[in-house]
Design a protein around this ligand. Structure first.
Ligand code: PHE
Length: 467
């Protein structure tokens, strides 16, 4: 009866469905190339230690807050904040804008991953290590747009199918496969042994030691500050917080699911995959190219790793293929979550159907994707960003969202929940069915005091204050 009166909101059918979909969003390119790269740069075990502490405190508080806001209001980001407090509707607009900016360039990077996947699929692995392969590809005029389009169409199809038959179903298939592949390559990586042209032999195990054992040499307060900042920024991005996604996914969570427990599982999944990605990449790159190669940053995945695969011979082509298939899955489930956040916002705000919403959103964002691709040729320019780096259109989108808008959304969410609506808003939702809220006192301290201060520092860093 009620069903006929009130249109039921889409929902995840099971708690594991929700956890895998949210983990699918959280586990993305950030875990696979950014986390290992930061760990290598920031003293291995030292970074890991700081990251874990922050994940259990700061990350946990923000993640549980967003999911609880979604489940409590049963609304997507654009309209949810207004329901918490009628004067805070503007925060909804901010958290709609973030995924709207991220999605176009995430599809472009998804397209790059796709290009590599097809290259390995066509047994062209050796071509991928030629100088200029990556640069040549991204600066070409049509290819990057074509690959971004293929990637965007896949996301479109999944979101079009809805929460249960699209997002939940695909996450349940892709995430376990991803986890198995990561474990397989991580273990394989430990057994690598390589002697380079100068006769120096390095092993994967030595690389793993660099990764796990904290390196305190030359540690200064300044350096520790950088490590903490890096870990915080990474965590924030890695858990997909402050971009409306967890609010949208929370709104599809059934009321009888244990929210606190699900949050723990998402955190364990996301952090576990990040740690394993480090175990997979650091020993391999170390064995083949030494410690300095680790600082290749973004180029690590597209330039350095293909070289590693190449030196493994035929078997390397196979490893390369499954590696890029795995990265593809990770990128796809993340991109789907971004598209869902903006699609559901249109559905709730304008009462459009899912089909219409996803068509309009996928269409408009694809125009932006094209502009991002053209940023490497037709619209090429170098812009110096406030944090000192130099970038093209993609970097500007990335910078505006990650370094400026996301810290603002995170900070304002803390003020809204910590001070305006009060932490009880979230606590009530978490303990709805009489569940225990573990770390409750910690939560209150984090959301009121610690998290807003940390987010404010991230924001200042974004503006280049600590340069
Ligand atoms: N959390 C994802 C990662 O770690 C990144 C992401 C960004 C996901 C934006 C969704 C939206 O890579």
């Amino acid at each position: 009866m009620e069903n006929q009166l009130k249109k039921q909101r889409n929902s995840f059918t099971s708690s594991i469905g929700f956890v895998l979909a949210a983990a699918g969003s959280a586990v993305g390119l950030g875990n696979i190339w950014r986390f290992p790269y930061l760990a290598a740069k920031d003293g291995g075990g030292l970074f890991l230690f700081v990251y874990l502490i922050l994940a259990l405190t700061f990350g946990f508080a923000l993640l549980i807050t967003e999911v609880a806001i979604g489940r409590k209001t049963q609304e997507s980001p654009l309209t949810a904040y207004k329901k918490i407090n009628s004067r805070w509707g503007f925060l909804g607009i901010f958290s709609f804008v973030v995924p709207f900016i991220i999605y176009p360039y995430y599809c472009v990077i998804g397209g790059w991953v796709m290009k590599y996947m097809f290259t390995y699929l066509a047994f062209q692995g050796p071509a991928a290590v030629q100088d200029g392969f990556f640069g040549g590809f991204i600066t070409a005029q049509w290819q990057p747009i074509l690959y971004a389009a293929i990637f965007a169409i896949l996301c479109f199809v999944i979101v079009y199918k809805g929460v249960e038959h699209g997002i939940e179903r695909y996450s349940k298939i892709l995430m376990p496969i991803l986890a198995v592949i990561v474990v397989f390559i991580a273990v394989y990586s430990l057994f690598i042994k390589h002697t380079d042209a100068d006769g120096v032999t390095r092993t994967g195990l030595q690389g793993a030691a660099i990764y796990f054992i904290p390196d305190f040499s030359g540690l200064t307060v300044q350096k520790l500050f950088t490590v903490v900042l890096d870990a915080m920024g990474q965590l924030f991005y890695s858990l997909s917080i402050a971009m409306g996604i967890m609010v949208a996914y929370g709104s599809y969570m059934k009321k009888d699911v244990n929210l606190g427990k699900s949050i723990n599982q998402i955190e364990i999944f996301d952090t576990g995959i990040a740690l394993l990605a480090g175990m997979m990449i650091i020993p391999a790159v170390f064995a083949f190219s030494g410690k300095d190669a680790m600082s290749a940053g973004p180029g690590l995945m597209f330039i350095t790793l293909p070289k590693v695969f190449d030196s493994l011979g035929k078997f390397g082509d196979f490893i390369g293929l499954i590696f890029f298939v795995m990265v593809m899955f990770a990128a796809l489930t993340s991109a789907v979550s971004i598209l869902e956040a903006i699609t559901s916002s249109m559905m709730d705000k304008f009462k459009w159907s899912r089909k219409k919403s996803v068509l309009v959103m996928a269409g408009t964002t694809f125009v932006l994707s094209i502009i991002v691709c053209l940023g490497y040729n037709v619209f090429y320019f170098d812009l110096k960003l406030p944090n000192g780096s130099v970038g093209q259109i993609l970097d500007i989108f990335d910078y505006a969202s990650n370094n400026i808008l996301m810290p603002i959304v995170g900070f304002l969410t803390c003020i809204l929940i910590g001070w305006v609506a009060k932490p009880k808003t979230v606590i009530e939702e978490v303990t709805l069915n009489g569940e225990k809220f573990g770390r409750k006192t910690l939560y209150v301290i984090m959301i009121k005091f610690v998290a807003p201060v940390l987010l404010f520092v991230i924001l200042l860093t974004g503006f280049g204050v600590f340069q």
